[in-house]
Design a protein around this ligand. Structure first.
Ligand code: OGA
Ligand code: MN
Length: 218
């Protein structure tokens, strides 16, 4: 069954491009990914959330999500599809998941994601989203929701090759842009943001329970 409408060649080409670059380089930066109205709805939603609707971001699933302000200071809210915008996003990412599986045989099983808000001064130090063999996270995605971001606003994503001290890539969190990368391969960090910085970070996962390892609750 083809999940992409036949007339939508652009979308099929986009999925081809993502799959090709993930295979070649392990990451891709897209100036835009989602339909513009969906990006706008997601931005409106996250920008209107109040403090009580976020939780402090934790580090790692198996440390009871304890807060660690040395590593990261942002706040997050998991998406569950409760609004039309969230449902639209989850549906889009589910289509992407299936299309990547068709092209790359990754066996991606599901997708989890959260809004993230970095207030001025917030950062996320260098980290990996997954450790080899320890996690079911295969692909990381970040969609940026920051209208009019300028170089003075900081908050760039730095991407590293493992064991390298210097980053090889600096990503400005431009509105509607998206980065996708192999979770186990690239350490990365978020530089201090000088203004409110919004994004949706997410992870395509494989089903580890097949191997007898039950994924801990988040
Ligand atoms: C994360 C992360 C990068 C970014 O949430 O794990 O690394 O640019 N985010 O927001
Ligand atoms: Mn990360």
């Amino acid at each position: 069954m083809n999940l992409i409408p036949a007339q939508d060649n652009i979308t099929a080409e986009l999925f081809d491009q993502i799959a090709d670059q993930l295979e070649d380089k392990g990451y891709i930066i897209l100036p835009s990914l989602l339909p513009a109205e969906l990006t706008d709805s997601l931005f409106n939603e996250v920008a209107q959330l109040n403090k009580a609707e976020f939780q402090d971001a934790g580090i790692g699933r198996d440390q009871q999500n304890q807060q660690n302000n040395f590593v990261r200071t942002d706040e997050i809210r998991w998406l569950n599809g409760e609004t039309e915008a969230q449902a639209g996003f989850l549906e889009f990412m589910s289509t992407l998941r299936l299309e990547l599986n068709r092209r790359l045989f990754l066996g991606l099983f599901d997708y989890e994601c959260h809004f993230a808000h970095y207030a001025p001064g917030d950062f996320y130090k260098r980290h990996l989203d997954a450790f080899h063999g320890k996690s079911n996270r295969v692909l990381s995605t970040v969609v940026y929701l920051n209208p009019g971001w300028t170089p003075n606003d900081g908050g760039e994503l730095l991407m590293y090759e493992q064991k390298q001290r210097e980053h090889f890539l600096k990503v400005t969190p431009m509105y509607g842009s998206c980065v996708i990368f192999l979770s186990e391969r690239f350490p990365h960090e978020v530089l201090k943001a000088n203004r409110d910085r919004y994004s949706i970070a997410g992870w395509f996962r494989i089903n580890n329970s097949i191997g007898g390892v039950v994924d801990p609750a988040r």
